[in-house]
Ligand binder design. Structure first.
Ligand SMILES: Cc1cc2nc3c(=O)[nH]c(=O)nc-3n(C[C@H](O)[C@H](O)[C@H](O)COP(=O)(O)O)c2cc1C
Length: 189
C-alpha cells in the first residue's frame, strides 16, 4: 500500500491501555490541544478542554467512575470491580472534553476534537485512548464537586476523556481485529 504520512498515522493509531508514568512535554501537549481546537465545529464556544496532569486527581476520577459505573448494571460491575481496575490505565494525562449543552450536536463536535487529538498524539509518538469510562465520575454523587475542581464551565457537559502518555510497550497485534464497518457504494448510471 502506498500511503502518505498522514494516512499512515490514521491507519496505525490504536487505543493504548497501558502507560508509563513519564509526563509528556508541554510542547507536545500544546500541539495536541491545538489539533483538538482546530477540529470542525458548528457554534462558537461549543466545547471546552480540561487538561489533568495530576495523577492523584486522575485516580480519584477513576475511583468515582468505578463507583458510579458499577451501579449501572451487573456487566459493568463485573468489569469495574476487578481488583486494581484502572480505566485510565496509568496514563499521566487526561484531557476531558466537554460540550456546551446549549449547542446542538455538541457531542459530535466534541468527537471531532477527540479524534483529531488521538491522531495528533500518534503523529508525535504518543499513545492515547478515547475513554467514556471516566465520564461516569460526573454521574455519581461527587459530580458537582468534580465539575468545580476541574473548572468545567457552567452549562458544559463532560463528554469524553482522552488519555495521553507513552505506552509501556509497543502495540503489537497478530491480526487486525477492528471492525470494518459496512460501506455501500451507489454508482452513477
Ligand atoms: C465513544 C467511545 C468511547 C470509548 N470509551 C472507551 C473506554 O471507556 N475505555 C476504553 O478502554 N476504550 C474506549 N474506547 C475505545 C474503543 O474501545 C476503541 O476505539 C475500539 O475498540 C477500536 O480500537 P482502536 O481504537 O484501537 O482502533 C471508546 C471509543 C469511543 C469511540
Amino acid at each position: 500500500m502506498s500511503q502518505n504520512q498522514t494516512i499512515e498515522t490514521i491507519l496505525n493509531r490504536r487505543s493504548i491501555r497501558s502507560y508509563k508514568p513519564d509526563p509528556i512535554s508541554e510542547s507536545d501537549l500544546n500541539t495536541i490541544i491545538e489539533a483538538g481546537q482546530r477540529a470542525p465545529y458548528v457554534w462558537e464556544d461549543c466545547r471546552h478542554f480540561t487538561v489533568v496532569k495530576d495523577r492523584d486527581l486522575i485516580s480519584r476520577l477513576n475511583a468515582a467512575a468505578i463507583k458510579a459505573g458499577s451501579a449501572i448494571n451487573k456487566e459493568m460491575r463485573e468489569i469495574f470491580q476487578q481488583p486494581g481496575f484502572d480505566g485510565t490505565y496509568g496514563a499521566p494525562c487526561i484531557i476531558i472534553v466537554s460540550g456546551n449543552e446549549a449547542a446542538l450536536q455538541h457531542e459530535a463536535i466534541c468527537g471531532a476534537s477527540i479524534e483529531n487529538m488521538l491522531i495528533a498524539a500518534k503523529a508525535l509518538g504518543l499513545g492515547s485512548c478515547w475513554v467514556y469510562f471516566v465520564i461516569f465520575a460526573f454521574h455519581g454523587e461527587d459530580a458537582a464537586s468534580f465539575k468545580e475542581e476541574l473548572q468545567i464551565p457552567e452549562g458544559f457537559k463532560p463528554c469524553a476523556g482522552v488519555l495521553l502518555g507513552y505506552e509501556t510497550e509497543p502495540f503489537t497485534e497478530e491480526e487486525d481485529v477492528r471492525w470494518k464497518n459496512g460501506v455501500t457504494f451507489i454508482k452513477g448510471k
